[in-house]
Design a protein around this ligand. Structure first.
Ligand SMILES: Cc1cc2nc3c(=O)[nH]c(=O)nc-3n(C[C@H](O)[C@H](O)[C@H](O)COP(=O)(O)OP(=O)(O)OC[C@H]3O[C@@H](n4cnc5c(N)ncnc54)[C@H](O)[C@@H]3O)c2cc1C
Length: 458
């Protein structure tokens, strides 16, 4: 695991002293253990509620994260709480549901047991729904210096860093160092990279100049780097082209295509085309890899992608009672020879189908194979600008696409309160050109704050 950034206080879920007892009673019902309360796990529990099973969910967080809006937390558009839902609250009315805040560390298929950070537990059915983690492609040095965007605390860390660097930029006299503090490099031109670039562009245009009138934001450069020959590689060429046009024309984002990051030391970014940029903030949106848990046979794992091979019922290859759903699973079909796309709708649909199939299994009925209903893909690039590809080669761009993007995201955020808070924030941001949450949520640490480039402090 890459080291976390220094000022983040992580909850240490292993810091329990003495023996632990997971304390889940055997109640005679078949026990379904679910690893992960993400999109797949949550849908599975929703649809399994009321079934004659005992449900035990583990997650390393006590909340579900709506990852598609993490970038808005990172760019001060939304409060973290509005894109997360406490798992206990989500299922407070679900009978026979138990949640445990812990990390599942090993599976023992031969004894139907899992090891976790808080003890061992037996299962009748195990569902692995623990998603993916950031892929640094094995580069530990880069992993320790860049800012990933996969978990809530990472979004908060990025937000604080951006703002803290601007506070530092006010203090420096060295122009190059001021650039390094203000400029931001984003690696990865998929939806996340594009959305981060657009949101930063809006911050630079509308919000930051008001907060920091002493800084000249025409000097703030936003760079977006991608190894492919266009942005949004998984969407249509038209969507990629339009997104690039929006980013460059509206926000002057520098888009570097056919380019990768060769090296980074925390300040100097070396690109594969030989160019060097200066930035203390490199956002890593370059990809994900499976969050593998040890114990499954090697032949069930897809190398590099680290996904678990499953059959058409999401059953782990060679197993009768272990299932994998969502991003971690790889179901190879004629239409999806490399597995389904790692997106929320696949995870949700697999979660729902598995709820039906587990109940069918208990009733000794036949199982239904998974068939993905693709509703399209979308990305937004700031206000009134988005790109949407719908099934049947239908494409939308501009404000209509943006409106569709808003609607879909609002629809899928968990909880009525969250929907309301997000909607209010969006209204506020839209009409005031403001962002409500520009807090640096870190303690002030003098040495760290003054740890600027030599001779740079005013
Ligand atoms: C920044 C970003 C933006 C995205 N935007 C979009 C988008 O716009 N549209 C879209 O469709 N998809 C989007 N995605 C992808 C989408 O979020 C995933 O496809 C979806 O979350 C997959 O759901 P899942 O249930 O498989 O995994 P996740 O939602 O990732 O959930 C996995 C859960 O498992 C927990 N966990 C992990 N390991 C363990 C362990 N060992 N023990 C216990 N718990 C564990 C995690 O804490 C997490 O809660 C985005 C992803 C990111 C990162």
């Amino acid at each position: 695991m890459p080291p976390e950034h220094p000022l983040i206080h992580q909850v240490d879920i292993e810091a329990i002293h003495g023996e632990t007892n997971i304390a889940i009673p055997e109640n005679g019902l078949p026990r379904v253990v679910i690893v992960g309360g993400g999109f797949a796990g949550v849908e599975l529990v929703k649809d399994l509620a009321g079934a004659n099973v005992q449900i035990v969910m583990f997650d390393r967080h006590n909340y579900h994260t709506f990852q598609p809006l993490l970038y808005q937390v990172a760019t001060a558009g939304l409060e973290p709480d509005s894109i997360a839902g406490p798992i206990r609250k989500l299922f407070k009315n679900t009978k026979n549901f138990h949640f445990r805040f812990g990390l599942v560390t090993k599976i023992h298929p031969e004894t139907n047991m899992i090891e976790t950070s808080i003890g061992d537990l037996r299962y009748d059915y195990l569902v692995i729904a623990n998603g993916t983690r950031t892929n640094y492609f094995g580069n530990q040095k880069i992993a320790s210096l860049v800012f990933p965007l996969k978990q809530l605390h990472q979004a908060l860390d990025l937000r604080s860093t951006i703002l803290q660097n601007l506070e530092k930029a006010l203090l420096v006299v060295d122009k190059a160092e001021q650039h390094a503090l203000m400029d931001i490099v984003i690696v990865g031109g998929g939806p996340t990279g594009v959305e981060v670039a657009g949101a930063l562009g809006e911050l630079k245009l509308h919000v930051l100049p008001r907060d920091y009138p002493e800084l000249d934001f025409r000097q703030m450069d936003i760079h977006l780097i991608d190894g492919g020959d266009r942005l949004l590689g998984a969407m249509s060429p038209e969507a990629g082209k339009k997104a690039q046009e929006y980013l460059t024309n509206r926000f002057s984002v520098n888009v570097w295509l056919n380019t990768t990051l060769s090296d980074y030391d925390g300040r100097e970014v070396v690109l594969s085309n030989g160019r060097t940029l200066l930035s203390h903030t490199v956002v890593w949106a370059a990809g994900v890899t499976g969050n593998l848990i040890g114990g499954l046979p090697e032949e069930t794992i897809v190398p590099r992608a680290n996904r678990i091979l499953v059959d058409e019922f999401n059953r782990v290859k060679g197993s009768q009672n272990i299932f994998a759903i969502g991003d971690i699973s790889c179901m190879v079909t004629k239409d999806f020879p490399k597995g389904h796309p790692q997106v929320a709708p696949v995870a949700m649909q697999q979660g729902r189908l598995l709820a039906d199939n587990l109940q069918a299994l208990l009733r000794k009925k036949s199982l239904k194979p998974f068939k993905y209903l693709d509703k399209g893909s979308m990305a937004t690039v700031g206000r009134n600008r988005a790109v949407v590809d719908l099934p049947g080669k239908i494409k939308m761009q501009g404000w209509l696409a943006w409106f569709a993007w808003l609607f879909v995201h609002l629809l899928y955020i968990i909880g009525f309160r969250n929907k309301l808070v997000v909607l209010m924030n969006w209204f506020w941001n839209y009409f005031t050109y403001d962002r409500a949450t520009r807090l640096i949520v870190r303690p002030y640490v003098k040495e760290k704050f003054e740890n600027l480039h030599p001779d740079a402090i005013r």
